[in-house]
Design a protein around this ligand. Structure first.
Ligand code: NAP
Length: 308
């Protein structure tokens, strides 16, 4: 536990949190980041990041996060790898707890991100880790020469399918509508790939298999007809849920559960800012999260100056 009052307390360590830490610490603000148990956020689950400016040949997600962390620490950010369990955000001095350890700060930047959604099927839970995954980068290797199904129609589903196609003998994307919402370039890569095929207008309504996935039950979303489809793995890529539980009843959220913030990243509580996927249902990119983290740190600095 620390007795001191920090200038900036950052909760969550993805691109938004790290960028906020870099800016705050470099501005000589006493900065602490409480990073959760896997600092780096969703980019730890990403393979190559091709669209983060400055890396013309791309960079691996975990490597990008390591670099951001090192940069934040270089300017003096204190790091704690743990979960914040409680916050009190009203008032001049904000408080956050990790268990019994209390931290105090003049400003708080929330950058807790978002995590993968699941289908919510009983057998999905039962077979989790036994042929079911939400991370092709992490688990794709285990499906070498196997036939896998990917559920979803967004960029994540395209990315999962393309990653899996490096290992699997065949990848089938199952999508509930007759068009993808993914970006055109990702759609085209998927459609051009010889190992990937697509089943349109179908929902996965059950996962089959005793000890390991052996297939899925599909339901035609137009006719309700159910069929069994053999496969040896299921990757779920159906979007994300923002990590806002800690702030329930404290900060307003929109209809999708994302924190509501102003253009300058401020929340309704003075001195409390939010950045990155926790407040962004639309863009959800590493670069937009980093940009918001930068804004939040600059606004925190202005807020502290305004109180002097
Ligand atoms: P998303 O864009 O929200 O797409 C989720 C997909 O899952 C949609 O196709 C949706 O179907 C489907 N879905 C949702 N709930 C479902 C359910 N219960 N059963 C079956 N299907 C379901 O999420 P995302 O793909 O994770 O992408 C999130 C954001 O990150 C996007 O802005 C995306 O552009 C970005 N992203 C970018 C990259 C990249 O640039 N390399 C990579 C990954 C993600 P409907 O279409 O019918 O709603």
């Amino acid at each position: 536990m620390s007795e001191k009052v920090y200038d900036v307390l950052i909760i969550g360590a993805g691109p938004a949190g790290y960028t906020a830490a870099i800016y705050a610490a470099r501005a000589s603000l006493k900065t602490i980041m409480i990073a959760g148990d896997s600092p780096g956020g969703q980019l730890l689950l990403t393979s190559e990041v091709e669209n983060f400016p400055g890396f013309k040949d791309g960079i691996m997600g975990p490597e990008l996060m390591d670099e951001m962390k090192a940069q934040a620490v270089r300017f003096g950010t204190e790091m704690r790898t743990d979960f914040v369990t409680k916050v009190v955000l009203e008032g001049e001095i904000k408080k956050a707890w990790v268990g019994n350890d209390e931290y105090q700060a003049k400003t708080v930047i929330i950058s807790t991100g978002a995590s993968a959604n699941w289908l919510g099927l009983e057998n999905e839970t039962r077979l989790m880790g036994k042929g079911i995954s939400a991370c092709a980068t992490c688990d794709g290797f285990f499906f070498t020469d196997k036939h896998v199904v990917v559920v979803g129609g967004g960029d994540s589903a395209m990315e999962e399918a393309l990653t899996l196609a490096k290992f699997a003998s065949k990848v089938t994307i199952v999508h509930r509508r007759d068009e993808f919402r993914a970006s055109k370039i990702m759609q085209q890569r998927v459609k051009d790939h010889e190992k990937i095929d697509i089943i349109w207008n179908s929902a996965v309504v059950d996962v089959l298999g005793d000890d390991f996935v052996s297939g899925v039950k599909l339901k035609d979303t137009n006719t309700d007809k159910e069929t069994q489809f053999d496969c040896e793995g299921l990757f779920v890529a159906i979007g994300h849920t923002p990590a806002t539980k800690l702030f329930a009843d404290i900060l307003p959220t929109n209809e999708k559960g994302y924190l509501e913030i102003n253009h300058d990243t401020s929340t309704k509580i003075p001195g409390v800012f939010a950045a990155g996927d926790v407040a962004d249902a639309r863009y959800r990119q590493a670069i937009t999260a980093a940009g918001e983290g930068c804004k939040a740190a600059l606004e925190a600095e202005h807020y502290i100056e305004s109180k002097v």
